[in-house]
Design a protein around this ligand. Structure first.
Ligand SMILES: NC(=O)C1=CN([C@@H]2O[C@H](COP(=O)(O)OP(=O)(O)OC[C@H]3O[C@@H](n4cnc5c(N)ncnc54)[C@H](OP(=O)(O)O)[C@@H]3O)[C@@H](O)[C@H]2O)[C@@H](O)CC1
Ligand SMILES: Nc1ncnc2c1ncn2[C@@H]1O[C@H](COP(=O)(O)OP(=O)(O)O)[C@@H](O)[C@H]1O
Ligand SMILES: [K+]
Length: 509
């Protein structure tokens, strides 16, 4: 699914009006009535008080349409106009008149704190104050209104975006944004939903198709792509009946140090479970017995006593995952850098291997083309420097990816694969995966996929998806708190099986 920017959506809007010969009022009616449908389907006529806060632009216009439709269907509604400006959009004005003409209760004008209504915990709020048009800080009384709504802690539905979010940067004041229970958004999910600084304002969202021009949507180069099962399952490579273990490649996992051997146990097991034909672990001697006893299917090569001192892989192999639990001692650093100077294999670089690269710009020059780096936020900061907001982080990651011709996977609640200017956002995973070793599993998964013949970009996107899906299946059985990295490995098979399960069909409106 394409993630479009605010400007692209505005352009799509204009093209649609021209090509479909409809007015913007018609488009607003089409869009907002779908929001109403979504609400109606869930509320089913429930007798709760619904407060609809409308701005004076087109987001406010949407709010007015929703109010009218709710009233027509017998809901108890209070509509407020948030007068943050005297300049009203024409579509707002038309819908204002339509609402007034059908209801005895006219919208309530808000101009200052004295006008704020009481909102009870059991009420519902529909937030249509600002949409994608917010372009400067809100005046102080509107900020206070946002805080007043948030303090009510009732179910709050954002229309298009939670009011107070910009499309391309972090909010000026983190308290001046509506915290939506869910957001119903038009045509395309917004990039802000996927980034930690802004995604927290709406942990849930629903995308509704408002019928914007298909040709435009098809040809537009999106800000990012969001991957769901439908797109991901096309990446799957079926296993031919007459294949053998050699068909699925040899994955090598290099890492571990005294006390951190478990990371290589997890990564090598994950490489096997994702389907690599052969897996070897290259670890210090202290890892020999733990690996051989916990992973009988994995071959083990050792070097150094408590940490790796040289990396010399003479066996033939197809992919290497390196860095988990490796440590950054001088000896290990030298070994890793020498290895990079000679290595010709596809590479997944994780954890301490990233920390070593971050130490010196000359080391970064040794990153092979198409290598995959899998930093968590702290490792990313060491690698690319600090950022003020998440959009800047993404720009820095893109610049790094272009400069060193590599792929970065920015791990998080929505992991983002960065390949040059292209961004791929993962849709699976959950907070239960915030647990030791889950990143090691991801490295094993991606290394195992490359060994099987997936190209690095496919392996990054597919692997991140399967890893998150395994986490989702694991959490559905164990809950978030009890999920541990080993459960992700256990559920990789279920994640594959799930790729071809049909989604339950949604009930009709
Ligand atoms: N194709 C689609 O996706 C469709 C989108 N639709 C809907 O349109 C929404 C976008 O509407 P919108 O452009 O009118 O902007 P909105 O967010 O209502 O803001 C209103 C105006 O406020 C102003 N302003 C900005 N910041 C300000 C501030 N701090 N304090 C005071 N004023 C401020 C600024 O105007 P300015 O003053 O800069 O000229 C801005 O234009 C979109 O989110 C969706 O709900 C659907 O109806 C149909 C299809
Ligand atoms: N809140 C979350 N939602 C979804 N996935 C998460 C969340 N927190 C962590 N993860 C995933 O778990 C993994 C954590 O990786 P990392 O921090 O490197 O773990 P470790 O170093 O312990 O192996 C990443 O793949 C990340 O995307
Ligand atoms: K809104």
């Amino acid at each position: 699914m394409k993630i479009l920017s605010a400007n692209q959506l505005k352009e799509a809007d204009q093209v649609t009006l021209e090509n479909q010969q409809i007015s913007s009022l018609d488009l607003m009616e089409r869009a907002a009535s779908q929001v109403f449908n979504s609400i109606h389907q869930k509320l089913k006529g429930a007798p709760i008080l619904i407060h609809v806060f409308c701005g004076i632009g087109n987001n406010g216009g949407d709010g007015l349409v929703i109010s009218r439709l709710l009233l027509e269907h017998g809901y108890t509604v209070k509509t407020y106009i948030v007068n943050f400006s005297e300049h009203r959009s024409p579509e707002f004005l038309d819908n204002y008149d339509r609402l007034k003409s059908m209801s005895k209760e006219w919208p309530i004008q808000l101009r200052s704190e004295e006008d704020f209504p009481k909102i009870a915990r059991q009420d519902m709020v529909i937030d249509a104050i600002f949409g994608i048009g917010l372009n400067r800080p809100m005046v102080s009384w509107v900020v206070d209104l946002v805080k007043h709504i948030n303090e009510a802690r009732c179910f709050t539905l954002g229309v298009d975006v939670p009011s107070g979010l910009y499309s391309d940067k972090a909010p000026d004041d983190p308290n001046a944004v509506i915290v939506a229970s869910t957001t119903v958004t038009f045509q395309s999910p917004k990039m802000v939903f996927f980034l930690p600084q802004t995604g927290k304002y709406t942990e849930n969202f629903e995308v509704i198709d408002i019928g914007l021009d298909k040709d435009f949507l098809h040809q537009v180069n999106p800000q990012a792509l969001l991957f769901h099962k439908r797109e991901i399952s096309t990446l799957y490579k079926p296993r031919p009946k007459f294949s053998h273990k050699g068909t699925y490649g040899h994955a090598v996992i290099i890492g571990g140090s005294y006390g951190k051997i478990g990371s290589t146990i997890l990564a090598s097991k994950a490489a096997l479970r994702i389907g690599a034909g052969l897996v070897s672990a290259y670890v210090p001697e202290c890892g020999y017995i733990p690996l051989q006893t916990s992973n009988p299917e994995v071959m083990v090569i050792t070097d150094g006593e408590k940490n790796i001192t040289t990396i010399d892989i003479s066996i033939s192999h197809n992919a290497i995952g390196i860095g988990m639990g490796l440590g950054t001692s001088d000896q290990t650093t030298t070994a890793f850098i020498k290895f990079l100077e000679q290595n010709k294999s596809p590479l997944v670089i994780d954890a301490d291997a990233i920390n070593i690269l971050a130490k010196n710009d000359n080391y970064k020059e040794l990153i092979p083309e198409n290598a995959i780096l899998t930093p968590h936020p702290k490792e990313l900061e060491r690698l690319v420097g600090s950022w003020e907001h998440d959009f800047e982080k993404i720009e820095k990651a893109k610049a790094f990816s272009k400069k060193y011709h590599c792929i970065l996977i920015i791990k998080g609640a929505y992991s983002i694969v960065v390949a040059g200017n292209n961004l791929y956002v993962n849709s699976t995973g959950n907070q239960g995966m915030a647990t030791a070793g889950s990143g090691d599993v991801l490295t094993g998964v991606i290394t195992g996929l490359i060994a099987q013949g997936y190209d690095p970009l496919q392996a990054s996107i597919f692997g991140t998806y399967l890893h998150g899906r395994a986490g989702d299946i694991g959490a559905s059985k164990k809950g978030y708190e009890s999920l541990i990295a080993g459960d992700l490995i256990t559920n990789l098979g279920n994640a594959y099986v799930d790729l071809f399960k049909r989604e339950a069909t949604k009930p009709e409106n």
